[in-house]
Write a protein that binds this ligand. Structure first.
Ligand code: OXD
Length: 314
């Protein structure tokens, strides 16, 4: 039953299931009325926005907005806008999302470490080609970015026995993982990464971080996994290095331009696996609890959790 005076949470995402979010939030935050923009006839009742890449000028319709909740972990597209309202912005920080991401990263690392590309080629040629498997500790994996998602993926890979190193801009520790920090150590870190997994947020500091010269620091025949943002990597340089074989294989979930244009050479490379930006997604059942908690905090005049610092970029 709709109570006329409940505050409204407006939802926007072209990729997420509104019905699933509406149901999860009805259970976790019954004090708000969750609606799509087109179902709202009194925009002044909108106090919350739960959004993934809403269209330009989306927010200007809602004069009473108190909180913008990014429907995902990475806030780069939201912070890149010029029409953001002056209210707190939060991102999702959900252990279930981190676990889903760690699952994808584990799959991608195994794809490279267990020679799956080699076996797929052999299968296409109907060739029984035996290649003796290496044990996990014989593959050095570098996790570039040790935030909430990167550190969980690093732990999972370490648990599987891989030789895992991690790099972050600032000092940090992850159990069982040799951690490097700062640009001074990046070259050494890259040179040791047989499989490099990119898990950095996109900020002014990380845009183009993996330029041609840094990609060249990877060992000959390295494999690259990108589950972060396409623009962290110089994509043209990556394509050249995949052609030359310096980078032997890649698993890419994110691209400089999405959807990846049909004429992008990456599509035709059989050593490259392309997935359409879904390594991890926001999960209504678990994330709605933290959204409900932040709504409660706003209503109580308290500070919110997982607030984004626009100056820092995440
Ligand atoms: C995210 C993403 O940032 O899906 O959550 O890329």
């Amino acid at each position: 039953m709709t109570t006329p005076h409940r505050p409204i949470l407006v939802f926007y995402s072209a990729v997420d299931d509104f019905g699933a979010w509406q149901a999860a939030l009805a259970a976790a935050a019954p004090e708000v009325d969750v609606r799509l923009a087109e179902e709202i006839d009194d925009p002044a009742r909108v106090r919350y926005a739960l959004v993934w890449k809403p269209p330009a000028h989306f927010f200007s319709r809602y004069p009473s907005l108190q909180l913008v909740i990014n429907l995902g972990a990475g806030v780069d597209s939201l912070l890149g806008r010029t029409d953001l309202p002056a209210v707190p912005i939060t991102r999702l920080s959900d252990p279930a999302m981190a676990r889903m991401m760690a699952g994808y990263v584990l799959f991608a690392v195994l794809r490279h470490a267990r020679d799956i590309v080699f076996f797929q080629r052999a299968q296409r040629a109907a060739r029984w080609s035996y290649r003796h498997p290496k044990s996990a500790d014989q593959t050095r994996v570098g996790i570039l970015g040790l935030g909430e998602l990167g550190s969980v993926a690093a732990l999972e890979l370490a648990r599987q026995g891989f030789d895992v190193r991690g790099w972050a801009r600032t000092p940090g520790t992850v159990d069982g993982v040799a951690c490097f920090h700062g640009l001074d150590t990046l070259g050494t870190f890259l040179a040791a990464s047989q499989v490099l997994v990119v898990m950095l947020p996109l900020t002014p500091h990380t845009t183009g971080l993996l330029d041609r010269s840094r990609l060249q620091q990877l060992p000959q025949g390295a494999c690259l996994v990108n589950v972060a943002r396409g623009k962290v990597i110089d994509e043209a340089a990556l394509i050249e290095m995949l052609k030359s074989g310096h980078i032997a294989e890649a698993t890419l979930d994110v691209f400089a331009q999405e959807p990846l244009p049909a004429d992008n050479p990456l599509w035709a490379m059989d050593q490259v696996l392309i997935t359409p930006h879904l390594a991890s997604v926001a999960l209504p059942a678990t994330a709605s609890t933290q959204i409900a908690e932040n709504i409660r905090r706003v209503e109580a005049g308290e500070s919110v959790l997982h607030q984004v610092d626009p100056a820092r970029g995440y």
